[in-house]
Design a protein around this ligand. Structure first.
Ligand code: URA
Length: 236
């Protein structure tokens, strides 16, 4: 049995502030097993029968949202001026504390997880866990077998930073599939910079064993099941 404070449960699960949760609970808007509970500090079994404003609760400790990130949107939780990926999360999936797992550049598209689970995010990002991220890259010049070798040996960036070994697969003259398990700032663009190519388009298509669904339009989101979430750590 997992217990949490009543106001915390109502606030996180119904996406309202703690203060609003307390006010609503005091006003008798929340019940447990059919009985109104006004004590917002009470410890409550998260799996009990909780309703708020007549709506039944299905408790979820954390949420995992997969977005097909569109171009022009910032990988951040909030920004004073610019639109962020969290701004694009639809109302029914919103919660306090959402953030993107790692950063895609503003002009990069594709696979992006948005969650409120910090431990999960750390595991997905940290090179220590070797979760591979796969990108489709369109370049401004011709790919060569020498570049494949250079990526496999480990590129050293222009500022001297060494990268781990990476897999570069040539798909056509100027389109490649790249697999890396780190996320240094502008890493793919800087790796190609070292071999003399510029990146025209960059799309992340998978993380670990979870693939971006082809029918998920840019800007759209889908909530992951726990099984789908775990696929991220199935190293493919
Ligand atoms: N590498 C980049 O250069 N940009 C991204 O957005 C992701 C990886």
């Amino acid at each position: 049995m997992k217990q949490e404070r009543f106001d915390k449960i109502i606030a996180t699960q119904f996406n309202i502030s703690r203060k609003d949760a307390r006010i609503a609970i005091r006003r008798g808007k929340a019940s447990i097993d059919g009985k109104i509970l006004r004590d917002f500090g009470a410890l409550v079994d998260v799996n009990s029968n909780i309703t708020f404003n007549g709506q039944a609760l299905k408790y979820k400790k954390f949420i995992y949202i997969l977005m097909n990130k569109p171009k022009g949107v910032l990988s951040a939780s909030e920004d004073k001026k610019r639109e962020t990926v969290v701004d694009l999360v639809p109302e029914h999936l919103r919660r306090h504390g959402l953030f993107p797992v790692g950063r895609l550049d503003k002009d990069t598209t594709g696979f992006l997880i948005i969650t409120d689970d910090g431990e999960f995010a750390h595991k997905a990002i940290s090179p220590k866990y070797e979760v591979y991220k796969k990108y489709i890259v369109t370049l401004d010049g011709k790919l060569t077998e020498d570049m494949v070798e250079a990526f496999a040996e480990g590129i050293v960036l222009a500022d001297g930073t060494p990268c781990r070994k990476a897999e570069l697969q040539i798909l056509s003259d100027n389109v490649a599939c790249v697999k890396i398990c780190e996320g240094k700032y502008h890493q793919i663009k800087r790796m190609f910079g070292v071999v003399g190519l510029g990146v025209n388009e960059l799309k992340r298509v998978s993380v670990g064993g979870l693939i971006l669904p082809e029918n998920l339009a840019e800007g759209d989101c889908v909530e992951l099941t726990l099984q789908e979430k775990e696929l991220i750590f199935a190293n493919c």
